[in-house]
Design a protein around this ligand. Structure first.
Ligand SMILES: Nc1ncnc2c1ncn2[C@@H]1O[C@H](COP(=O)(O)OP(=O)(O)OP(=O)(O)O)[C@@H](O)[C@H]1O
Ligand SMILES: Nc1nc2c(c(=O)[nH]1)N=C(CO)CN2
Length: 784
């Protein structure tokens, strides 16, 4: 079921922005939180999108992605008691965007604590901006939708103090789910830009309004809300008023642009000037046609009736009601097409090299596009419509065109001479790798972590903390810790269970920078790359980056195997119940994942509680080391296939302390067999390994015979060769022998008894199977 109302201006709608909030009057609502979903309709005035449509620049538009993030930030922000208050806060925020003249906000609370069966509770409010009201005082007084002056004034001041930092932390509250639901755009507004929206832009917009000719709203009938009815513009050659703009200069420029457009008398660009004409004669415009959302004078009169409820308005603007997809928030994994389009959309304001290049090519912003438009003879709609014309067939990371993201610069057929003409659209095709592009706003990212050798728990905790402290990354959610059966290559020896988790985040890093960060964490945990899918002290994979699709083997996005990996999907779905991967709900994928049964337990609050009671035991596997020993005293771990990383002696000592009680030995670090950084062995060099990791069968079946999965085992240890020589060998070798991975194994796996009393140590857990367990959880842990 859906309901429609009519709004007469250009509109942007965001439907189903969902996030968890703590609003409500009951204590448990404050404590536990629940789902809130918000629908927002922004009324931009009668010509609110006209300039953006011509310039095709986000600078001239309301960036809906920014709005979406702002709304989610409010949902997740300071709790209020009433839905009305929440809706009001959201209205206040969205009205602070200078181009927004009025807004309708619906807040849904489908999990409200009612004693009866119900589908949804929702409150809808509509509000008019100060700018719109001040340009038509009479309207404010009479318009049923308009708020009294005082609340409006308050509304516009309460968010002005928001600092960039505050904004960033607010943005961090935006779940990947909701913030991304409305857009996969690489927006042009960076954090700092966004943070100013409610202050500077409003002020400047108001100043701009004061200087400008009366705008269209001011010419409306006194009781007419911008969400309701507006007079049809009639042809007028006077310079049009386009509504509020950020700068006076912009305003004048846009006036000129539109005049130029009018001079072209181009179909599709309705004439301007009705407002001015109407204002001049002091009466309403003549009656006009009522097609396409424009209403007749009669309907204007109707709308002017006091206290007309919004739902009594004529049909025109679809407003989605509960149950119509508002839970379909997505992780933002864009389709290749999305990704491509995103690049296009983000072009003008990109702060990175790509954006600069585009700007240098004369394509980058309002001014360039505007300049072209100022010359009516130079302007055509085509020249200002870069997205489609620039899209090469099969680009945007489609499966056909791996990794090729043709970029951003509009491609036209303009001749060389025209390019020299400043007024002509400039032609340039820029191949820009999206993996190197910095997003213009924080975008959602999902990172998966896993470990099954060495100090797995310590390593995972450290890695998550490092992510929490990383620059350019704001951790949103840390998933529960999942103990999972190791999925191994076909015919490979079984391995110890993994501990896995997933972190969701917002980031302004380029995808490649994000990968580098992940690999740095692996290196810091002493990751040694040996064979494919070998046991590892830490694995940190980039699962997805909002709006980016890549088939580059160095960084494939979304991670090509994520959709079938229970060890990724289950913790991810817990961290973000609304997550989507390639258009499918992650929770659903998790249920269907072949390794689903290999999930042994989930532990919540695992980051900072030692109270994880269930301690299954099993053989310990030491971190792998390579066999070569060219420089005996240097402990080198290979961090990535391109880098070398030297593990510090402390790490080595700690490791040894863990596995053999040698941590107090200052020489212990040297006891690890020195290894040489090397390229990971390709599958081709390992005849018994497939070139691509194969999808695993159900982990449970595998786990039945897996000694590492056993619930209660003798204490067996694998240690590096050199260390094994230094420590007393236990009599029992037992299950540890099963760790031998055959001729390609880098391991030597003697049994090794732990020092007495060390088994329960959390500081230096000797056997990770002893320190993990499924405790009663309380839900995904918040990131900050
Ligand atoms: N989305 C991604 N996340 C992390 N690494 C990736 C990604 N896509 C490609 N790679 C590349 O894969 C290479 C091997 O990574 P790694 O050793 O972590 O693989 P793995 O964890 O053993 O296997 P899998 O990728 O199946 O999880 C890395 O050098 C990296 O450049
Ligand atoms: N359970 C589990 N199995 C795996 C994992 C992992 O993280 N968890 N990672 C692998 C290679 O990345 C291979 N197999």
């Amino acid at each position: 079921m859906s309901t429609t109302v009519t709004a007469t201006g250009d509109r942007i709608s965001l439907v189903g922005l969902s996030a968890r909030g703590h609003h409500g009057v009951l204590p448990f609502e404050r404590e536990e939180g629940q789902l809130f979903t918000v629908d927002v309709t922004l009324d931009l005035g009668p010509r609110g999108t006209a300039v953006a449509a011509v310039t095709d620049s986000l600078d001239d538009a309301v960036d809906y992605a920014t709005v979406a993030t702002a709304v989610v930030t409010i949902i997740e922000g300071e709790p209020v008691g009433l839905l009305e208050s929440l809706a009001d806060r959201i209205a206040e925020k969205v009205l602070s965007y200078s181009r927004v003249r009025a807004a309708e906000i619906t807040v849904h609370k489908p999990q409200a604590p009612l004693d009866v069966a119900f589908e949804d509770v929702a409150v809808t409010i509509h509000r008019v901006s100060d700018a719109a009201q001040s340009s038509e005082p009479a309207e404010s007084a009479a318009a049923p939708a308009a708020e009294p002056a005082e609340p409006e004034a308050r509304r516009h001041t309460s968010h002005r103090a928001q600092s960039p930092d505050e904004h960033l932390s607010g943005a961090a509250g935006a779940t990947g789910a909701a913030g991304i639901a409305a857009s996969t755009t690489w927006g042009s507004q960076a954090w700092a830009d966004d943070s100013q929206d409610s202050a500077d832009s409003v002020d400047s917009a108001q100043a701009s309004d004061a200087l400008s000719a009366p705008d269209l709203l001011s010419a409306q009938p006194a009781s007419q809300s911008p969400l309701r009815a507006e007079p049809e513009p009639v042809t007028d050659s006077a310079a049009p008023d386009l509504g509020d703009q950020d700068e006076d200069a912009d305003h004048l420029l846009e006036d000129a642009l539109m005049a130029a457009v009018q001079a072209d008398d181009e179909p599709g660009y309705p004439d301007f000037g009705a407002a001015e004409q109407e204002a001049a004669v002091g009466g309403p415009s003549p009656v006009v046609d009522d097609s396409e959302g424009w209403v007749t004078q009669d309907s204007v009169a109707d709308a002017a009736a006091p206290a007309a409820p919004i739902d009594s308005l004529p049909a025109g603007l679809p407003i989605q009601l509960p149950g119509e997809g508002r839970h379909r928030a997505e992780t933002g994994i864009g389709s290749p097409q999305d990704s491509y389009l995103d690049q296009q959309e983000g072009l003008p304001g990109l702060p990175d090299a790509a954006g600069d290049e585009a700007a240098a090519a004369g394509l980058g912003g309002e001014s360039a596009a505007s300049a072209a438009l100022l010359d009516p003879t130079a302007h055509t709609a085509d020249s200002a419509e870069p997205a489609d014309s620039a899209r090469p067939a099969g680009s945007a990371g489609s499966a056909d065109d791996p990794g090729a993201f043709l970029a951003q610069a509009p491609v036209t057929d303009a001749p060389e001479e025209a390019r020299e003409d400043q007024s002509a659209p400039v032609v340039a095709a820029q191949a820009v790798d999206p993996l190197d592009q910095r997003p213009g706003r924080p975008v959602g990212a999902v990172i998966a972590l896993g470990a099954n050798a060495g100090h797995v728990l310590v390593n995972l905790r450290n890695a998550v903390r490092s992510l929490q402290g990383a620059e350019g990354l704001e951790v949103l959610q840390v998933g529960p810790l999942a103990r999972t059966v190791a999925e191994v290559l076909p015919d490979a020896e079984p391995q110890p269970d993994y501990l896995n988790t997933v972190v969701t985040a917002l980031t302004t890093l380029t995808p490649r920078e994000l990968l580098a960060l992940c690999q740095q964490l692996e290196a810091e945990a002493g990751r040694v790359r040996t064979t494919q899918w070998a046991p590892r002290t830490l694995d940190v994979d980039v699962i997805s980056v909002e709006g980016v699709t890549s088939h580059d083997p160095e960084l494939s996005l979304p991670h090509p195997r994520a959709h079938e990996r229970a060890f990724v999907l289950v913790p991810w779905a817990q961290a973000d119940p609304f997550a989507d991967l390639d258009g499918r709900a992650v929770a659903e994928l998790a249920d269907e994942a072949p390794g689903r049964d290999g999930l042994r337990w989930l532990a919540f609050d695992w980051l900072d509680t030692d109270n994880i009671p269930d301690k299954p035991t099993g053989p310990y596997v030491a971190p792998p080391v390579l066999e070569e020993d060219p420089e005996p005293m240097e402990v080198v771990y290979e961090a990535t296939r391109n880098e070398r990383s030297v593990a510090d002696a402390e790490l080595a000592a700690e490791y040894l302390g863990g596995v053999g009680g040698l941590g107090s030995d200052p020489q212990a670090g040297h006891a690890i067999q020195a290894v040489q950084s090397a390229e990971p062995r390709s599958a081709a060099a390992q005849p018994d390994l497939p070139s691509e990791p194969q999808a695993e069968g159900p982990g449970a079946a595998q786990g039945l015979d897996n000694p590492f999965a056993a619930a209660s085992f003798g204490t067996d240890y694998a240690v590096p060769v050199d260390q094994a020589e230094q420590v007393e060998q236990p009599e029992q070798v037992g299950q540890g022998e099963q760790l031998d991975l055959g001729q390609h194994s880098p391991f030597h796996v003697p049994g090794q008894a732990p020092p007495a009393g060390a088994e329960d140590s959390w500081d230096a857990p000797l056997q990770w199977n002893d320190v993990i367990g499924g405790g009663p959880g309380s839900g995904p842990r918040q990131g900050s």
